[in-house]
Design a binder for this molecule. Sequence first.
Ligand code: SAM
Ligand code: SF4
Ligand code: SF4
Length: 373
Amino acid sequence: MSDPTPNRRIAIADLRYASEMPAIPAHPSAPTGHVADRLHRPLHDLRISVTDRCNFRCSYCMPREVFDKDYVFLPQSSLLSFEEITRLARLFVAHGVRKIRLTGGEPLLRKNIEVLITMLAELRTPQGQPLDITLTTNGSLLAKKAQALKDAGLRRVTVSLDGLDDTVFRRMNDVDFPVADVLHGIEVAQNVGLAPLKVNMVVKRGTNDHEIVPMARHFRGTGSVLRFIEYMDVGATNGWRMDEVLPSAQVVERIAQHFALQPLEASEPGETAQRWRYADGQGEIGVISSVTQAFCGSCNRARLSTEGKLFLCLFASQGHDLRALLRGAYSDEQIAGAIGLIWQQRSDRYSQLRASGSAAAGERRVEMSYIGG
Ligand code: SAM
Ligand code: SF4
Ligand code: SF4
């Protein structure tokens, strides 16, 4: 009989199933609304992956040779339910989380995602404020879903779009999806008030870098903020090479040759993007330089995987199994205590170590589609 899980997939499956059972403090104290890690970074931002599935096969994220028809995605029973996600989110908020981003895989593929948004929109900070809830999507289902998302309480969306040229875009999503449908989704989202909308473009040198200026020209003056992301070495399957990374400084230079730019101050602590405004007032752009200018020093983000493992870094190889606590007989106090302990012990700073040449070589990492971007 042939092996149903060929070697090339075992690495990913092994990592998905590897996890640490969180320690429960003997006498958990109530969360204080602030918890800091070993590098004094607070917990502020929670990214929740609601599905590991996607209808695109972007080569930098879910290359089709790996995520093919034989790839075993998580079964429905493994996924956190909306009630489980909301229970955890409430505990994270008690520790200081103010921003929740739903992601994936493609989050709009999760059935009834708007119900989850309604549940999360009801959460309040200890000061009685609503959370900043947002979602990152490939935009393919946005035209259909935008109104329901808005009605459920979503405030904003980020749409990933890697080029305006239809041939380039179809090649990058690798499922022949037309760019016009994503552009239509963006328009519908703007019309229903999911704004200000952000558009994320991953730049791969030699693949779509010639789309930088056309993208800037297209989104200038529309109210949408275009952000350029350096192609990252996330996961273990995308065949990342440094020579395919176009440093953000060059992105800015290329745009500045056409439109005068002025730097902007960060608008919030831990902001990942460096921001620039068009000197003529036609809006702003951002660059996210994860490779050439690591921002680990202010990284206040935790990631909750589709099946409830807590990851402390995009480049982690192991998560902390919060689902085991949710599905065990643990109280909110105990689970909140466990989350606090995990965060206090965090010292992750992969991008900084990569930049200084001291990142552990050859260490395997979970896929971005599993822990969420
Ligand atoms: N499917 C949704 C989407 O594409 O927006 C949400 C999940 S996706 C993993 C989240 C973000 O991660 C997207 O903006 C995507 O472009 C980005 N991303 C994925 N792989 C990346 C890589 N290797 N380097 C940089 N960004 C990446
Ligand atoms: Fe899917 Fe988003 Fe990954 Fe592309 S980047 S394969 S759209 S999860
Ligand atoms: Fe945060 Fe890890 Fe990225 Fe550094 S490498 S910014 S610690 S997610």
